[in-house]
Design a protein around this ligand. Structure first.
Ligand code: 13P
Length: 286
């Protein structure tokens, strides 16, 4: 089984300053397609599940699907729980074989967030897993979690103290990034990434990857964003390719599910490969 710990993947990426794509997968087809893309690129990869996807399948069923599809994959893979404010879901996924979790407690005040994140880190350690932490909301609603309002920003000192006190393995800063498609080109606080990495020496997670420019990705990865989250782009290639195929099926009155699935798979593989290559992950599998 090629499943490895999140830190094994991210610490190497931080040291060599490349980015590892963390793709939000939604079903067996997208899991398989993202794994195929990572294999084709010879790259490590992070598969992320939203709480919504965990709930849709049920945690044991989703993990069974992941396990079956990852079994013979020859590149390092880690399974991560994306934005999760619920301790019960965190505990369940840690028990159920997830390699890492993002405990998203940014709606709590920083002191309470810090207290609970410290507990989550202890819980994760006991399960041999890792933790991503967050103290500011990333703008945009994704899979029913989050808000379209900009969240309160914290000082660098508060963020560094949070990282050092809780012992989180990766941190998700709010730097002007947002989930979903950007309505206008985002102005990003690149310096905050540099300052956080210099002060803590841990990798940063870049949220809201869809729609950033190639230069923005390269710059942020060079500054220490070793985990690069891509959700919307994967969902859109999956669904738009499905729509394109179904329109043609309707026109021709020809309904063949395997052809639809193969068409969607190709689209998702292409999107995932483009991102992996852009982030410098190709050829970095070990
Ligand atoms: P996008 O949907 O903008 O790619 O963001 C993904 C993300 O950050 C998941 O947490």
């Amino acid at each position: 089984m090629p499943v490895v710990a999140l830190k094994d993947i991210l610490d190497r990426a931080l040291a060599a300053r490349y980015g590892v794509a963390a793709f939000n997968i939604v079903n067996d087809l997208t899991i398989e397609a993202v794994l195929a893309a990572a294999v084709a690129e010879g790259s490590p990869v992070i598969l992320q599940t939203s709480v919504k996807t965990v709930r849709m399948y049920g945690r044991p069923q989703l993990h069974d699907i992941f396990r079956a599809l990852v079994r013979d994959v020859p590149v390092p893979v880690t399974l991560h729980l994306d934005h999760c404010p619920e301790r019960s879901v965190i505990a369940d996924c840690l028990r159920g074989g997830w390699n890492s979790v993002l405990f998203d407690a940014h709606e709590l005040d920083v002191a309470e967030n810090l207290r609970q994140t410290t507990e989550v880190v202890a819980e994760a350690r006991a399960a041999g897993a890792h933790v991503e932490g967050e103290i500011e909301g990333i703008e945009g609603v994704e899979d029913d979690i989050g808000s379209d309002e900009a969240s309160t920003l914290q000082s660098l000192e508060v963020a560094v103290d949070f990282i050092k006190t809780t012992g989180v393995d990766v941190f998700a800063p709010a730097i002007g990034n947002a989930h979903g498609q950007y309505k206008s080109a985002p102005k990003l606080d690149h310096q905050r990434v540099t300052d956080l990495v210099e002060a803590t020496n841990i990798p940063m997670a870049l949220h809201g990857g869809t729609g950033l420019s190639d230069d923005q990705f390269r710059d942020l990865i060079a500054r220490g964003c070793a985990k690069v989250n891509i959700s919307t782009a994967i969902k859109e290639s999956y669904m738009r390719s499905g729509l394109e195929h179904l329109k043609e099926a309707e026109e021709k009155n020809k309904w063949d599910p395997p052809t639809l699935f193969a068409f969607q798979r190709d689209a998702v593989v292409r999107t995932a490969r483009e991102h992996i290559a852009l982030f410098g992950g190709s050829g970095k599998a070990w």
